[in-house]
Design a protein around this ligand. Structure first.
Ligand SMILES: [Zn+2]
Length: 435
């Protein structure tokens, strides 16, 4: 691995001093890194809801706003409260299969929809192919009764599209059909374990297992103790502030990033979310720092959102009850995944705002910043979505390449390269200047 810090210093020394007003300085990449390190640390508990990790992150961001002299947007407060429903795993999370104790989040995941479940159960292993025929599956389910079914989901080759579709449909029913007696479902595969977070509980325990040295056909018993708690009205909050522009114009530039992540799975396992999205918050806060020193042309609003991972709920709450006039937004940029950049960036809504995208490409080429600036169409996959639906001109930009950790315990600050953070910042800084 290259020593990023050294590379940056070398790079910055080569630039004449007069140009550096626009450039992120060496100490500021240290700031960016420290933000990621803080938010992805165990004290922030994966920035979820049980244990108030997301709340702690909102406090941290408000603290940074305050230090930089950012104006609170909600009647003297930086916070905008809203409620969400969330399924949490606040206590024991223990699973053994045929006497093999599994390591949480390394060998298996409890599906985010799962209710609590404890006891010893029989497990009936079947193959993925056995799911194709509905009447045969019902026979199997009759035999399984209120015990566990294990689906060996590895063999996916040589399936027709019709077979795949039938199998997926039946697998979905096994997970979520409340009329089945089935107590639990184990899906054994060699796929990467990717977690999520959900607003509801399903009817049964669902486990995703990926452990190489097990023979799924022999896993005929499960010992399980998983506590789960649905919190129907959890109060969380967005963070909102503004730095006044020099032009006196009524238009607003908006920079957004979600600070929530997946939280905890049991008392000991947390999902750090360094790239997703401590890195985007770090980018937003780097602009807070920049614009507090060098006043931007337009009023610039900074929005840190909660509830993104659970269904883009924080930005939805903001758009439903906006603290600013959405019609006066000149442009909005949402940062979500800003921690790599080996392959440059991808720009959602590039095909909608073609001139702005061309501007970005031209700035990148002229200043030799990022390897690639790639276009993507509309995608309702992060906080820009609700704004875009309201006609607010917006981009969602994410870095590409580098590490593949995503929604797992490996998305850590220690291994997040921030490879293109400086050129990405400088590109966006020039873009904001040209708006
Ligand atoms: Zn994200």
């Amino acid at each position: 691995m290259i020593n990023l810090k050294r590379h940056l210093k070398k790079f910055l020394l080569a630039i004449p001093l007069w140009c550096c007003g626009q450039t992120l300085l060496a100490q500021d990449i240290e700031y960016a890194r420290s933000v990621v390190k803080t938010l992805a640390s165990p004290a922030y508990k994966g920035r979820g809801y049980f244990g108030d990790g997301a709340r702690k992150a909102s406090e941290f961001i408000a603290g940074e706003f305050k230090k930089a002299g950012v104006i609170p947007l909600n009647q003297g407060s930086y916070f905008q409260n809203f409620n969400l429903s969330v399924n949490t795993f606040p206590g024991k999370v223990e699973v053994s299969l045929a006497g093999n104790k599994l390591v949480t989040a390394k060998d298996y995941l409890v599906d985010a929809s799962s209710p609590a479940c404890s006891g010893s159960f029989r497990v009936y292993p079947i193959l993925r192919a056995d799911l194709e025929n509905a009447s045969r599956l019902l026979e199997v389910l009759n035999e399984v009764g209120d015990q566990f079914l294990l689906v060996d989901n590895r063999s996916v080759s040589e399936e027709t599209a019709e077979q795949t579709s039938a199998i997926s449909q039946h697998l979905e029913a096994l997970k979520s059909d409340p009329s089945l007696k089935l107590k639990g479902l184990i899906i054994y595969s060699r796929n990467k374990l990717t977690w999520t977070t959900l607003t509801e509980q399903g009817p049964r325990m669902v486990l995703q297992v990926n452990k190489a040295d097990l023979n799924p056909a022999k896993l005929t018993r499960i010992d399980i103790d998983v506590e789960a708690m649905l919190i129907p009205e959890y109060q969380t909050r967005n963070v909102a502030g503004m730095i006044k522009g020099s032009s006196g114009l009524d238009s607003t530039v908006v920079i957004t990033a979600h600070f929530d992540h997946l939280g905890m799975l049991g008392k000991d396992v947390y999902f750090p979310g360094a790239n997703d999205n401590a890195s985007g918050v770090s980018m937003m806060l780097s602009f807070v720092k920049q614009f507090s020193k060098k006043q931007p042309k337009y009023n610039t609003v900074f929005l840190g959102f909660s509830g993104e991972e659970i269904g883009i709920l924080g930005s939805k709450a903001f758009v439903e009850d906006p603290l600013i006039d959405l019609k006066k937004i000149k442009f909005l940029v949402n940062f979500d995944l800003a921690g790599t950049g080996e392959e440059g960036i991808k720009v959602v809504n590039a095909t909608i705002h073609k001139d702005k995208f061309q501007q970005l490409v031209a700035l990148n080429t002229a200043n030799k910043l990022l390897k690639k600036v790639e276009r993507r169409g509309e995608a309702c996959n992060s906080d820009h979505c609700w704004f875009h639906e309201q006609g607010v001109p917006s981009f969602f930009i994410y870095t590409q390449g580098g590490i593949s950790a995503y929604h797992d315990i490996y998305d850590r600050a220690e291994t997040l390269p921030l490879t293109a953070f400086v050129p990405f910042f400088n590109l966006m800084n020039r873009f904001f200047e040209q708006l």
